[in-house]
Design a protein around this ligand. Structure first.
Ligand code: CP
Ligand code: NVA
Length: 311
């Protein structure tokens, strides 16, 4: 008989609200141990493979440092230095790699490519960013909000800019965890309504605005991202023109609640999607957000490999 299918983290809706509640508690404990220099190595003899088909600073650092801290090892591969770049099928790559390691993280283009890998993998697969979703980042963002202001439930997140992987993952999270997203995108750059679990039919979690300033009215969190995501570089010029009014500046932040936070998954372009005054200003928590990638992914890897740890 075939072994049970592994639990994958392919998008935000891969886990349910109860599993996230458990994860948040584990993140707090695991981060606390790191801050106190306490050794916590439940993943000794476990190996994570990281496959990057796009560039990365935070995702690579946070997974790699996090895995070593938990006692495990990491193997890093890109499409240019592997047979993926010479057209080896993703299914064959998955069959081979998943016989050698315990866990796989992939950053790639289409979500279908990630899902194809997962279908042929014997071990859990984590989405390290696709064109459609970036769940590890949204997990870190929600945890960061939680640390600064408490639960996001019932609150409002303003998403300013591209209807990209970050925007779509915010929508999945809002539907699952019970908060609202105000989205303002330039015409032609809205989210892809055909993606799963976006909760677009739920008026309690999704409102669309033509005017980015209006989208910020009363928001508890204002967030944005690059105008041109990886893989869309050919559209750079057209996007720069279309997005010119979608820059989160102090006037936009002034429309949000006085205690609103600003987040950006990074890398950022000051003077494009965000002004220097906002990203380097007092409401910005972008460095906590980046650090928390490591803590949330440590808890996620623990959960996928060991289940509900209680200690
Ligand atoms: N935010 C994020 O995923 O950053 P990298 O592209 O540097 O991994
Ligand atoms: N939306 C961006 C996020 C980068 C971390 C991209 O996909 O390039």
């Amino acid at each position: 008989s075939s072994p049970p299918a592994p639990l994958h983290y392919l998008h935000f809706a891969s886990l349910d609200a109860q599993q996230y509640a458990h994860l948040f508690e584990r993140i707090r404990i695991i981060k606390g141990r790191f801050k106190r220099y306490e050794r916590y190595q439940p993943l000794q003899d476990r190996t994570l493979a990281m496959i990057f088909e796009k560039a990365s600073t935070r995702t690579r650092m946070s997974f790699e440092a996090g895995m070593y801290q938990m006692g495990g090892s990491v193997v890093h591969m890109t499409s240019t230095d592997s047979q993926l770049g010479r057209s080896e099928p993703i299914a064959d790559t998955a069959r081979v790699i998943s016989r050698m390691v315990d866990l796989v993280m992939i950053r790639t283009f289409g979500q279908d490519r990630l899902e194809e890998f997962a279908r042929h993998s014997r071990v859990p697969v984590i989405n390290g960013l696709t064109n459609e979703f970036h769940p590890c980042q949204i997990l870190a963002d929600i945890y960061t909000y939680h640390e600064h202001r408490g639960s996001l439930a019932g609150k409002t997140v303003a998403w300013i800019g591209d209807g990209n992987n970050m925007a779509c993952t915010w929508l999945q999270a809002a539907d699952l965890l019970g908060f609202r997203v105000h989205i303002s995108t330039p015409k032609g750059y809205s989210v892809d309504a055909a993606l799963p679990s976006l909760g677009l039919a739920n008026p309690d979690c999704y409102r669309l605005f033509d005017d980015p300033y209006e989208a910020c009215d009363g928001a508890d969190l204002v967030t944005t991202d690059v105008w041109t995501s990886m893989g869309y570089e050919a559209e750079n010029q057209a996007r720069a023109a279309a997005f010119a009014s979608w820059c989160v500046d102090e006037a936009m932040m002034a429309r949000a609640r006085p205690d609103a936070l600003f987040m950006h998954c990074l890398p950022a372009h000051r003077g494009e999607e965000v002004s220097a005054a906002v990203i380097d200003g007092p409401q910005s928590v972008v460095w906590d957000e980046a650090e928390n990638r490591m803590h949330v992914q440590k808890a996620l890897m623990e959960f996928l490999l060991l289940g509900r740890v209680q200690d």
